[in-house]
Design a protein around this ligand. Structure first.
Ligand SMILES: *[C@@H]1O[C@H](CO)[C@@H](O)[C@H](O)[C@H]1NC(C)=O
Ligand SMILES: *[C@@H]1O[C@H](CO)[C@@H](O)[C@H](O)[C@H]1NC(C)=O
Ligand SMILES: *[C@@H]1O[C@H](CO)[C@@H](O)[C@H](O)[C@H]1NC(C)=O
Ligand SMILES: *[C@@H]1O[C@H](CO)[C@@H](O)[C@H](O)[C@H]1NC(C)=O
Length: 424
């Protein structure tokens, strides 16, 4: 069983070490990495992609289910949000799965399409010595680093970079293993290595990770939800003095998206950053803020809930009853019969929906609110806010890119806060 106080010490130590000035020669300045556009839930013709949306929701449910399993193993269920529970694995309906598989197979027969087509907000990360390069999703909603292994020989790994431990002089095998449950209920496990992991000039030497699956993810949340029970890369970078400023910040946009490590990129926002502190629960788990409220125009809809800010989730999710109360205030909105928890609204009169944590109203623009027409030629559109019980707690919303696209979003490990600023 994992030692809770050891975890707490690890996080406290990270922050104590980091507040001392790090040795100058090892400090990279803040650095920007470009993120290619995330694959979209809207088809090229502007119509909502029902199957991809179903898959996105299933993935989101299972990802956070795994976070709760990790949290239970690390700290026990006492650490859960009120009402949180580990639910059954979510499954894709068989017909949806068959259609999506056909699409992947069709695409893989096209030689010019590369791995970037599959990925979300991904950027270049190198692991090992000499460096092996990976395109990795940066995920503020999880805490582990995992990439495909050279042992992955399935078709889904065919076009991906794979980690080969035997080609690296800095590969150190550790005890223990990474083990997660997939959407189909199968368990996938992989070894636990320490390696050198570099992103845009920030070199970290003692990073634990696992070469295991077809996916590449770099978690940016806290050790409490780590499956490997280790510090996420950015915390390792702080402990090793590889970054001077304990912040990273996302600018997510239609094109030209960036992630900045080691501060903020002043050219991406105007005015001040509104910092909202994480509640003082130790150790921290998610980038979760309390005291949120949401309005439709100037009409309050739901108040006093928690929000997890998750760059690894495409949409925004709330508890089904709370989301129903929100859409009750949206003129012309209806539940979408084809996708559970989704709502439609008249494309011509999008509501102005805003979230607030006690400061400014942070509005979801009409463009970001719309994830596509219900059908070709329809005057109804599907909304980016979805009702789903993710098991994260009675009063917890999950705000993904649909929300993050509307402001510059800063994750601050010194103040333990999430900041929002107006996009430049
Ligand atoms: C990753 O690095 C490769 C090789 O240097 C480069 O061609 C590619 O554009 C980079 N991708 C991103 C997203 O930065
Ligand atoms: C793929 O790898 C598995 C496990 O390493 C092995 O059992 C299987 O034979 C391999 N398949 C192919 C086509 O190489
Ligand atoms: C992975 O290795 C690290 C470093 O030795 C260790 O702290 C961690 O507990 C290991 N993870 C597991 C799941 O055993
Ligand atoms: C909804 O429609 C009513 C009646 O047309 C109107 O008074 C109200 O302002 C509309 N609400 C919003 C949020 O657009």
């Amino acid at each position: 069983m994992f030692n809770k106080s050891a975890l707490l010490v690890a996080v406290t130590l990270a922050l104590a070490v980091a507040s001392a000035p790090p040795p100058a020669e090892t400090v990279a300045r803040g650095t920007t990495i470009p993120l290619p556009k995330r694959s979209s839930l809207t088809r090229a013709d502007g119509v909502f992609d029902k199957d991809k949306a179903t898959a996105a929701t299933v993935n989101t449910i299972n990802k956070h289910r795994q976070n709760l399993i990790n949290l239970k193993n690390n700290l026990g269920i006492e650490a859960f949000n009120p009402g949180a529970e580990i639910k059954d694995v979510a499954h894709l309906p068989a017909d949806v799965e068959a259609r999506l598989l056909r699409r992947i197979e069709t695409r893989q027969s096209e030689p010019l399409i590369d791995e970037q087509q599959d990925v979300e907000w991904a950027g270049n990360v190198t692991i090992a010595t000499p460096p092996q390069r990976f395109l990795i999703d940066f995920d503020t909603g999880s805490s582990d680093l995992w990439v495909p292994s050279s042992f992955c020989n399935s078709t889904t790994c065919a076009r991906k970079s794979k980690y080969t431990a035997t080609s690296s002089s800095t590969s150190v095998p550790n005890s223990g293993e990474f083990s997660i449950q997939y959407g189909d209920g199968s368990t996938v496990s992989g070894p636990n290595y320490t390696e050198t992991v570099s992103i845009a000039g920030i070199h970290v030497t003692g990073q634990c990770f696992s070469p295991v699956t077809t996916l590449s993810v770099l978690g940016l949340a806290f050790p409490a939800i780590s499956n490997l029970r280790t510090n996420p890369w950015f915390i390792t970078a702080i402990i090793e003095g590889a970054v001077a400023v304990q912040q990273f910040a996302f600018h997510l946009a239609e094109s030209g998206s960036t992630l900045y490590f080691g501060g903020t990129d002043r050219s991406k926002y105007t005015g001040n950053i509104e910092f909202n502190e994480l509640p003082n629960i130790n150790p921290r788990q998610f980038w979760q803020l309390s005291g949120a409220s949401v309005k439709v125009g100037s009409t309050p809809a739901v108040a006093n809930f928690n929000t997890i800010i998750d760059s690894g989730t495409t949409l925004a999710y709330g508890p089904p009853d709370a989301v129903a109360r929100l859409f009750a205030k949206v003129n012309g909105s209806e539940e979408f019969p084809y996708n559970k928890g989704y709502y439609t609204y008249p494309c011509a009169s999008p509501p102005k929906i805003s979230f607030n944590w006690g400061g400014k109203d942070w509005v979801i623009t009409a463009e970001n609110f719309n994830i596509g027409q219900t059908e070709s030629g329809s005057s109804d559109c599907v909304a980016c806010i979805v009702g789903a019980d993710l098991g994260l707690g009675d009063n917890v919303w999950l705000l993904g890119d649909a929300f993050m696209r509307n402001s510059y979003t800063v994750f601050d490990l010194r103040q333990m806060a999430v900041g929002f600023a107006t996009l430049a």
